[in-house]
Design a protein. Structure first.
Length: 507
């Protein structure tokens, strides 16, 4: 499975996506030819331009229908116009876009709203199946200043959650974003996540269009400013202005949502190229090494074993002075390799490592992450100085210290920081500044990371902590490095974006 990532360009009609499949760059292509930003409606047609809002991402998935009159207004969040809804019968309908979103299991909904009044009748976003009780809405609730997130399928709640009062205001533009992916769901207001109280589902629940358009359902409405359900008990209209609506097929991270908010209009993004390298690509690898003192005297000591073909890599540090009557030691460390040579020296502006918990992980467990220094052969050799994934063992692994020094790492590796584990099938993220600095300081196009347990347990039989490896059958769980870059000047010339002043080359 190819891993896709977002690209945003300076012109509202010029969005591009770089695809990194099997560790290699594919040619940059307009989003009309590749997934990413599914649709974008800026409503910059101008007052009196007619009862539609052009789809301006270049994907040609359909204009927005402005129902019950041309509601363009010059009082916009960005650009020359927005949409002003009367709260009675006007709304925005994206029926022509249904086929582009109905199969999305993860993604982001983003829009700007400026309410004229606070009322529980303000239905900000809605998508329904069969005009029945199978629907998804983002709406005002409580005294009209709280937000309700409700997602139903076959009459049952997938998510039912509310914010506190005081989140929505009148007389000013607010940015609203909902994201859902393998790490769960989140609601953002003005670039920051807001607390949701769940009556059904939880923060870990993944629910997007496909979950509403499930078996027995047929997604048939997609609206902003109204929930078009045909059910008076849940229907309603927004009284206020809306602008800059976008739908993405990726769950934007909290950092990306904040940047989207701070940038304002989607079309005002500094050119980002989000790229994902997984260890399942030709440019990546992962494994773990083990030392288990119980087996060191046997014919097949663990320190000479290779564990590359397992569906997870394991992390542990245990030193029990009295395990079954004798002192025992058990250490496991994970190794991850990422080849950066295809980036050709572009400057990285953001970076994060994502690892998905396999089993028995919890947020209470802390891990340390090291990087092998450039000068060490274990970093810049394609086989990582003995780190041939099919041949690496405790005894030949680079930057692995002698067991006499417990769980130490040799001086030829640098500690980047720590991160917490997560529940099974949830993603743990390491995005410290040290990771970004490491990538930008890299001189050999190869990065090797080592994951260890922070601290040594005295319980030899304590829980084994595991993360999915590239051997898993689920491509969404591959270990991955997600980076954003400032492209080469030649790339901008090729794409015709005309934004040379924004480009800085790493020296």
């Amino acid at each position: 499975m190819s891993r896709y990532s977002m690209t945003r360009a300076q012109s509202p009609a010029s969005y591009f996506r770089v695809i990194l499949a099997a560790g290699l760059f594919a040619a940059a292509a307009p989003l009309a030819q590749a997934a990413g930003l599914v649709g974008y409606w800026s409503f910059n047609e101008g007052v009196g331009s007619g009862a539609e809002g052009l789809e301006t991402s270049g994907n040609n998935i359909g204009a927005a229908e402005l129902i019950n009159g041309d509601s363009h207004t010059a009082s916009s969040a960005f650009g020359i116009s927005a949409v002003d809804l009367n709260g009675t019968d006007q709304f925005i309908r994206l029926t022509n876009s249904l086929d582009s979103v109905r199969d999305l299991t993860a993604g982001t909904i983003s829009f700007w709203v400026n309410l004229d009044s606070l009322s529980p009748a303000n239905r900000l976003f809605g998508s329904t199946a069969n005009n029945t009780n199978d629907f998804w809405r983002i709406a005002a609730t409580g005294d009209g200043s709280a937000i309700n997130l409700l997602m139903k399928n076959n009459g049952g709640d997938l998510i039912r959650a509310d914010t506190a009062n005081g989140v929505l205001t009148t007389g000013s533009w607010q940015h609203i974003a909902y994201t859902s992916g393998s790490s769960g769901n989140a609601l953002y207001v003005n670039g920051s996540a807001v607390t949701l109280t769940y009556n059904s589902g939880s923060t870990a629940t993944q629910s997007f269009f496909e979950q509403i358009d499930g078996p027995g359902s047929d997604l048939n409405n997609l609206t902003f400013g109204r929930l078009f359900s045909g059910n008076a008990g849940v229907d309603g209209y927004t009284n206020g202005r809306m602008d800059d609506i976008s739908i993405w097929n990726d769950a934007l991270s909290s950092t990306e949502v904040a940047k989207l908010y701070n940038a304002g209009a989607v079309s005002s993004f500094t050119p980002w190229y989000f790229n994902t390298i997984t260890t399942a690509d030709d440019r990546g690898a992962d494994t773990y090494i083990e030392y288990d003192s119980r087996f060191e005297g046997g014919p097949d000591p663990s320190s000479d074993k290779n564990y590359n073909d397992e569906g997870s890599f394991r992390i542990k540090a245990a030193d029990d002075p009295d395990f079954n009557g004798s002192p025992e030691q058990l250490y496991r460390k994970g190794y991850l390799r990422f080849d950066l040579s295809s980036f050709n020296g572009e400057e990285f502006t953001d970076a994060r490592l994502e690892l998905t918990a396999f089993s028995a992980n919890s947020t209470s467990k802390t891990f340390a992450i090291y990087a092998i220094n450039d000068a060490d052969a274990g970093d810049n050799d394609q086989d990582l100085g003995g780190y041939d994934p099919d041949g690496i063992t405790w005894n030949n692994a680079p930057a692995n210290d002698n067991i006499d020094n417990d769980n130490d790492i040799l001086a030829n590796a640098t500690l980047l920081g720590t991160f917490n584990g997560n529940a099974p099938n949830a993603t743990a993220i390491f995005d410290d500044q040290a990771l970004l600095d490491l990538l930008n300081a890299d001189t050999d196009g190869m990065v090797t990371l080592i994951i260890t347990s922070l601290g040594i347990s005295s319980d030899f039989t304590s829980t084994v902590y595991q993360f999915y490896s590239s051997e898993t059958s689920n491509a969404d769980y591959f270990p991955r490095l997600v980076v954003s870059i400032v492209p080469e000047p030649s790339t901008f010339a090729l794409l015709g974006l005309g934004a040379m002043a924004l480009i800085r080359r790493r020296r």
